[in-house]
Design a protein around this ligand. Structure first.
Ligand code: SAH
Length: 353
């Protein structure tokens, strides 16, 4: 698909025409990744963060947020729950927390690898190559690092680097690929200052990076962040709205440009539409959901944005609810690790040499 066509779909408002886009995305999803919906158990292992991202509630200057860091035993408890609930993957996510040292994370990954057959995904922000190598050697399979927006000027404004460093997520994504990780990235939809043309470039970058996983969610303003006060029309007439429909368009178009990628129907989307958001994401290109396994007493504190869906659900309730939603729309629950067919095609069924 050319830029002009991507752009036209992003600006399309006619519901009949849009139904065509949803159908195309759903057909491509079925042909390339099938009807199985894979469950990835999300464990938010620390909400400490040294960064100052303008959009995120975990940012270091937010002193109103109570901070936590889970212990290895607490995390392993959640991992065992993931296995018991039949999930094929655990995702360990956190703010950029220097106390999650290379050695500590490597030891944790090794224990999960030894004790369970689960695939291990890490989402721990921008770390150095030594850490990535150590985690891969310990048994980590996948890494999620959204590039957030392909507009470099906007990215620099929203995502200041650590003192004396540069923030180059694209370089990191390429390193992750070379190290043999399954690589995931993505963007927020509707950032103040983000234009339709930026979204087209985001989609083209998904394709160029040949991503195995693509995460897309609406930007949701957090009152304790500087971005919250910014006018929703910061990008002028070309400003992208942070709404449900634009997020579905991005999911559908991501499926069309990267047919074999694993694409989650995200919690941020479910936050905008609690009744139907998950299902509509799955019916418009997505094939993954990420049930939350973080202990309920900590969950509210992982407040990257406010009003997060499912914040008080236990792991069991979350699993039951999602399985019911998946079956109700005629899909099946995935079994096994649910590796990306894209990655499998690249490295072979036994993994990288
Ligand atoms: N520290 C890790 C994990 C961050 S949380 C990292 O930086 O990669 C995971 C994702 O949540 C982020 O990549 C971002 O895209 C999203 N996010 C953060 N704040 C948000 C907000 N206010 N609204 C919607 N999504 C947000």
């Amino acid at each position: 698909m050319e830029r002009a066509e991507l752009y036209r779909w992003l600006r399309e408002t006619d519901e009949t025409r849009l139904a065509e886009l949803w159908e195309r995305a759903d057909a491509v999803r079925r042909a390339h990744v099938g009807d199985a919906v894979h469950l990835r158990g999300l464990i938010e292992i620390s909400n400490n963060c040294v960064r100052r991202c303008a959009y995120c509630g975990l940012r270091a200057p937010n002193v109103k947020l109570g901070r936590y860091r889970m212990t290895t035993e607490q995390i392993l408890g959640c991992v065992r729950q993931a296995a018991a609930l039949g999930y094929g993957t655990v995702v360990l996510q956190a703010g950029e927390d220097p106390l999650l040292t290379t050695e500590w994370v490597a030891a944790l990954v090794k224990r999960i690898r030894v004790e369970t057959p689960l695939a291990i995904t890490l989402s721990l922000g921008e770390v150095d190559e030594g850490a990535l190598r150590a985690w891969k050697a310990a048994g980590a399979d996948r890494y999620l690092l959204r590039f957030e927006t392909s507009n470099r000027a906007l990215y620099d404004r929203l995502h200041p680097p650590r003192a004396g460093r540069v923030s180059d997520r694209l370089a990191l994504l390429r390193r992750l690929r070379e190290l043999g990780f399954e690589v995931g990235s993505g963007v927020m939809v509707g950032l103040p200052g983000q234009t339709y043309d930026d979204l087209v470039s985001d989609l083209e970058l998904f394709r160029a990076l040949d991503l195995d996983m693509i995460g897309l969610g609406p930007y949701i303003p957090h009152p304790e962040t500087p971005l919250c006060g910014e006018a929703a029309r910061a990008g002028g007439p070309e400003q992208v709205p942070n709404d449900e429909r634009t997020t579905y368009k991005m999911i559908a178009l991501a499926r069309l440009v990267c047919p074999r990628a694993n694409i989650p129907s995200t919690t941020a989307l479910a936050t905008l539409n609690r009744a139907q958001g998950r299902e509509l994401g799955l019916q418009r290109g997505a094939n993954v959901v990420m049930p939350n396994l973080t202990p309920v007493e900590l969950r509210a504190q992982y407040e990257i944005y406010p009003g997060k869906a499912c914040v008080n659900e236990t792991a069991e309730a979350c699993s039951g609810c999602l399985v019911a939603r998946i079956t109700r729309i005629g899909r099946t629950v995935g079994t096994g690790r649910g590796d990306s067919p894209n990655w499998t095609a690249r490295v072979g069924p036994t993994g990288p040499a």
